[in-house]
Write a new protein. Structure first.
Length: 562
């Protein structure tokens, strides 16, 4: 069989890899595009040029050094989208402080686990997020916060955390105000900042993002300057970004979609980052696109559906749009057609990837026919290799199913302090095993057919059944539980908890959901809860999730959606 017929592809490009640290590239952009709009945060009424953004980034970076943080320390950020998020992203990159992205939906237990897992010495928090009071949640873990008069925390449960910074103007006993850390740095401090930046290497870890495993606790994905800067650059190349482009970033910055494909794609092309709201709101996104004449918009399919179906959609002039990115979950053809026709996004592309690959490994082009933008995830990204292998690790012929593997600059360094889990996904030849079942056609287009593990993708977010199962076992009435994904018209998939109760125990579906809402992130709360007396089992005694899915699809009349 000819080598050309195997499911292997290597991405070529006229453009070389960037070969710089994020800080160096940021400074280069700020010099080159000094008077261009860099970031516009409409909900904050903030508008900064590249020159103004650089001044705030440098001031905040110097403040972090003044507070005692240094290269290699971990600074977490727990906040929805705002200018301060972006300032923190680039300030930490300039001094080699590792930014740790926290999901805005975290509850107390998740926050405590991740802060301790990577020994965070600093934490930036927003005031509130929806119904969550971040300071109150943090104080439950570290009550010492209220008595830290010198603003240095000494906490029993968070022994490494010393510095807490809050994004608001109120003065706090034990917490620094973000705005106070934006005072202009001295010449000596700026020189020190430059010296530190000159000593950084682009292969060093600069970002940690947590991705849950089916085995339970979240894993800290270590990403380098080289990983995410290049990925942002080539995603931007894929949609032909220029300094004239203005990108509507409605996706969260704590995910790669926002901070890499959004922020880093913009700064590597001199484009403008536009944040319509703290969290996605279809009306605010439509307003932002019209008001700022955005040329690109990012979102998961759910977001585009929400905009298209908004009652005021027809009132907005979206003719400035030309391109954008839809990612996170498969896009129905009808939605893609409406986005092209009604939102004028003729050049919208599809991206595929995962946090561990920084994130994008494959992308459709702006000129691909619509069937390739809905039926596939495009072709391999520049400077990356992909292959599809069978269970023995052999590359399969084109058109055959197998596991998708990725190799190249974008593959993470590994999971923080977890060599064993790292070895499970990155083999000796440095291939990242995605766990996704895929197929490659003769032209190199890749179709994702499913997931080897039972990951549920709800609205573009990966949810891990075992993590939710482990939590539900803590309920006093639950004897056994299997969490599965069911098809959903709006979110792609929804969670369903199939539960066997202890003998003589009784509870209701609503009680189970209430228990979940009180203890875990809202996105992990199962939409469906059903009680069983037994599960379909394999001969070896394992529950057959696919049979549970068939049963529930039938019971809930979801066959048509699936």
């Amino acid at each position: 069989m000819s080598q050309l017929r195997l499911s292997y592809a290597c991405g070529t490009s006229q453009q070389p890899l960037v070969g710089m640290t994020i800080g160096a590239k940021f400074d280069e952009a700020c010099q080159q595009y000094a008077e261009h709009d860099a970031v516009i945060s409409l909900h904050q009424n903030v508008r900064l040029s590249y020159r103004e953004l650089q001044a705030k980034v440098d001031a905040f970076a110097c403040s972090l050094l003044r507070l005692g943080l240094k290269k290699g320390d971990r600074l977490a950020i727990w906040s929805p989208n705002c200018v301060e998020w972006t300032i923190t992203q680039f300030a930490t990159a300039k001094v080699g402080i590792i930014l740790v992205n926290l999901n805005t939906a975290y509850k107390k237990n998740e926050l405590e686990y991740v802060l301790n897992k990577v020994s965070c010495t600093g934490l930036v928090i927003a005031s509130t997020f929806k119904t969550s009071d971040y300071q109150e949640i943090l104080s439950q873990i570290a009550p010492e916060l209220s008595s830290a008069t010198d603003k240095v925390l000494n906490s029993v449960k968070l022994p490494h955390l010393k510095t807490v910074i809050k994004i608001d103007d109120q003065q706090h006993t034990g917490i620094h105000c973000f705005v106070d850390l934006l005072s202009i740095a001295s010449e000596a401090e700026l020189e020190q900042l430059q010296t530190i930046g000159d000593g950084l290497q682009f292969d060093e870890t600069i970002n940690i993002q947590f991705t849950s495993g089916t085995t339970g606790n979240p894993k800290g994905t270590m990403l380098t300057h080289n990983n995410i800067l290049n990925n942002g650059y080539f995603v931007g190349e894929g949609i032909h970004l220029t300094p004239q482009d203005r990108v509507c970033i409605s996706v969260p910055l704590f995910h790669c979609f926002g901070m890499v494909m959004g922020n880093l794609a913009c700064i590597t092309h001199g484009s403008t980052m536009v944040y319509p709201a703290a969290v996605f709101n279809p009306l605010e996104s439509l307003k932002a696109i019209e008001q700022e004449k955005c040329t690109a918009a990012y979102g998961v399919p759910t977001m585009f559906i929400a905009m298209l179906e908004h009652e005021q959609f027809d009132q907005f002039d979206l003719s400035s749009l030309r391109t954008g990115i839809m990612a996170g979950s498969p896009c129905p053809r009808e939605i893609m057609q409406r986005v092209i026709d009604r939102m004028h996004m003729n050049e919208i592309t599809i991206c595929y990837g995962m946090t561990e690959t920084a994130p994008v490994s494959a992308q459709s082009s702006t000129t691909d026919p619509i069937e390739f933008r809905v039926g596939t995830v495009g072709r391999v990204h520049p400077h990356l290799e992909i292959k599809i292998v069978d269970e023995q690790g052999h590359v399969v012929p084109r058109g055959k199913l197998g596991e998708l593997c990725v190799r190249g600059y974008s593959v993470m360094l590994g999971y923080w302090d977890d060599e064993e889990k790292t070895k499970e996904v990155i083999d000796v030849a440095q291939w990242m095993h995605t766990g996704d079942i895929a197929e490659m056609d003769d032209q190199g287009f890749v179709k994702i057919k499913g997931r080897i593990k039972d990951v549920v993708i709800r609205g573009g977010e990966n949810l891990f059944p075992k993590e939710i199962e482990d939590f539900l076992y803590s309920h006093p009435d639950v004897s056994d539980v299997q969490v599965i994904g069911l098809p959903d018209q709006r979110y792609g998939e929804e969670l369903c908890a199939c539960i066997i109760l202890h003998d003589q125990h009784q509870t209701t579906e609503e009680c189970i959901r209430k228990y979940c809402k009180e203890h875990i992130s809202h996105n992990k709360v199962p939409r469906y809860v059903r009680f069983f007396t037994e599960f379909p089992m394999t001969a070896s005694g394992k529950a057959q999730k696919f049979k549970l899915q068939e049963f529930m699809r039938d019971e809930l009349n979801l066959e048509e959606i699936s």
